[in-house]
Design a protein around this ligand. Structure first.
Ligand code: HEC
Length: 262
């Protein structure tokens, strides 16, 4: 009798195991789990890793200078009220919360608040907080300083990020000057050319290009009113005039127009 009970128990376990295995196998056959080739939801600025070029996400960020040039610090203050004041104070001599006080942080060293217990990740960053670094940091703190204690996803909207950085800049007895826009334009041009060379490779790779180019095309326009015409007019006009600055900035914006000519 006893051994019968034991047999029943063992059989029950076996049957359960077999049933589990069979349903699992059938389930696998019925539902194929393909990984989608393209991300369903495209998040602006996180394009680079998807392209598979091994380029880190920050490389896809458009240059900060042109964005800062049209940034609105009042808008930035409003954004920080929503996103940052739960952890940070912004006034001079303000107390630390979960995060450090942020008065006069632009241009200061990483971990600028005396006595705040910063993570190693942040402390090990060399040099001052410049605009480009703040841009990367606020885009995604965890990728700028892996291991940081700032539990904040980041601001993905480029202009909003620039607004916030511009607001931080004003929190100082003598605010750092805005970075010159012309310095960013040559930097953007090669960035725009690279994807142009790769254009046949993938539609995905071309996506970051317009983002990087847009400011490039705008920056000369913002500086010199003369440049506005070539910037707005299609490529052939810009090339005809022979304006070097204009054609450089404009030609990468129309990678599609170039191949037929060559
Ligand atoms: C959940 C809390 C939290 C939120 C929200 C948050 N931060 Fe932070 N922040 C921190 C912490 C904690 C640190 C210190 C990070 C470390 O030591 O790794 C920090 C550090 C920083 C630093 C570097 C300061 C220094 O002295 O080097 C800056 C700049 C900064 N935060 C800006 C912002 C801005 C701007 C926002 C809003 C858009 C924001 N933070 C939102 C918690 C937060």
């Amino acid at each position: 009798m006893d051994s019968m009970e034991v047999n029943k128990g063992v059989a029950a376990i076996l049957v359960a195991g077999i049933a589990f295995f069979i349903t699992g196998t059938i389930g696998d056959q019925l539902v194929r789990n393909h990984r989608p080739e393209k991300t369903a939801i495209e998040i602006k600025g996180v394009e680079a890793p998807a392209g598979g070029g091994g380029a880190p996400a920050p490389a896809a960020l458009p240059p900060i200078a042109p964005l800062l040039a049209k940034a609105d610090p009042a808008q930035g203050e409003a954004i920080t009220k929503k996103l940052c004041t739960s952890c940070h104070t912004f006034n001079e001599g303000g107390k630390a919360g979960v995060g450090p006080n942020l008065y006069n942080v632009v241009g200061a060293k990483h971990g600028h608040m005396e006595g705040f217990n910063y993570s190693k990740a942040l402390q090990s960053k060399e040099g001052p907080w410049n605009f480009a670094e703040l841009n990367e940091w606020l885009h995604q703190p965890s990728s700028y300083a892996p291991g940081t204690r700032m539990a904040f996803a980041g601001i993905k909207n480029d202009q909003q990020r620039a607004d916030v950085i511009d607001y931080l800049r004003t929190l100082s007895p003598n605010p750092k000057p805005l970075p010159p826009v012309e310095a960013a334009a040559p930097a953007a041009a090669p960035a725009g050319q690279a994807p142009a060379g790769q254009a046949p490779a993938a539609g995905q790779k071309a996506a970051p290009a317009p983002a990087a180019q847009a400011p490039a095309a705008q920056s000369p326009a913002a500086q010199t009113p003369n440049a506005q015409a070539p910037a707005a007019v299609p490529t052939p006009a810009a090339q005809g005039t022979g304006a070097t600055g204009g054609s450089e900035a404009v030609s990468p914006t129309t990678p599609a127009a170039q191949p037929p000519k060559q």
